[in-house]
Write a protein that binds this ligand. Structure first.
Ligand SMILES: CC(C)(COP(=O)(O)OP(=O)(O)OC[C@H]1O[C@@H](n2cnc3c(N)ncnc32)[C@H](O)[C@@H]1O)[C@@H](O)C(=O)NCCC(=O)NCCS
Ligand SMILES: Nc1ncnc2c1ncn2[C@@H]1O[C@H](COP(=O)(O)OP(=O)(O)OP(=O)(O)O)[C@@H](O)[C@H]1O
Length: 205
């Protein structure tokens, strides 16, 4: 009998703790697909994607000749229409690559694969998932976390946070929720592990 693969979709706003949860999935033997990383990889090597972005948003190169994400972020995070245009361009490429990766994991007989995507709920990715999980946390805490993690300014951190949908949107759209408002990342990691294990149990039975 071919073993079924459980596909867990993870979404939620920036700095909430999704990557921390993905590390627990990996420790449990699951495969993870971080759509930010998939997209960053495509941004480096997909000429058609680079061309499409510059055609829409104007010159975006840094001194290395690569697409300057902070420059693009400053354009789109302050303008909902431009963010909408970016989402269409980025999602087409990212969703295609994510589907290829999922099929690869399925072919290898992997029991659990998790997809982490900011646009999970409004993209075709949600339909590929057996369970969806929202990871949320108060905006002030998230701003501090992403400033510490990336060394970005408070202004850019708030610009990114305010460009995103509310916690309520993610909670309403997902099957399950994890609130990450504790002070210690280790404490959240334990909660995340317990939830992923219980989801796996439910799907194995
Ligand atoms: C907007 C950009 C230029 C910002 O670059 P920056 O280096 O500041 O952020 P990075 O790429 O590291 O992403 C960090 C976080 O920003 C948030 N973010 C990224 N893209 C988006 C988006 N389209 N909408 C809302 N938030 C976003 C996410 O929370 C993400 O985890 C860049 O992220 C981008 O081009 N994003 C589009 C990719 C996308 O839509 N991915 C989703 C595919 S399902
Ligand atoms: N409960 C916590 N206490 C302290 N630090 C935390 C906690 N949860 C997460 N962090 C830290 O906050 C930062 C953001 O967490 P993480 O990268 O998991 O979020 P994310 O949802 O993946 O963010 P993004 O969507 O921006 O990639 C990381 O540096 C992480 O180590």
């Amino acid at each position: 009998m071919v073993k079924q693969m459980t596909v867990l979709g993870i979404t939620g706003p920036t700095g909430a703790g999704k990557t921390t949860l993905l590390k627990e999935v990996e420790k449990l033997g699951g495969a993870v697909i971080d759509c930010d990383a998939v997209y960053h990889d495509l941004l480096e090597r997909d000429g058609a994607l680079q061309h499409s972005l510059e055609k829409t948003f104007g010159p975006l190169r840094d001194e290395r000749g690569a697409i300057d994400r902070k420059k693009l972020g400053t354009i789109v995070f302050g303008d909902p229409e431009k963010l909408r245009q970016l989402n269409i361009i980025a999602q087409t490429a990212t969703v295609r690559r994510t589907q290829e990766l999922l099929e690869g994991y399925r072919g290898k007989g992997i029991a659990l694969a998790a997809i982490d995507a900011i646009a999970l709920l409004e993209s075709p990715l949600a339909k590929l998932c057996d369970v969806t999980l929202a990871v949320v946390a108060p905006a002030e805490i998230r701003v501090k976390r992403i400033m510490d993690r990336e060394g970005i300014t408070e202004e850019y951190a708030w610009l990114r946070v305010k460009a995103q949908k509310s916690d309520e949107y993610f909670v309403k759209g997902c099957d399950r929720t994890l609130v990450n408002d504790c002070d210690q990342v280790e404490e959240f990691a334990l909660q995340a592990k317990a939830l992923v294990e219980s989801i796996l149990q439910e799907h194995i039975q």
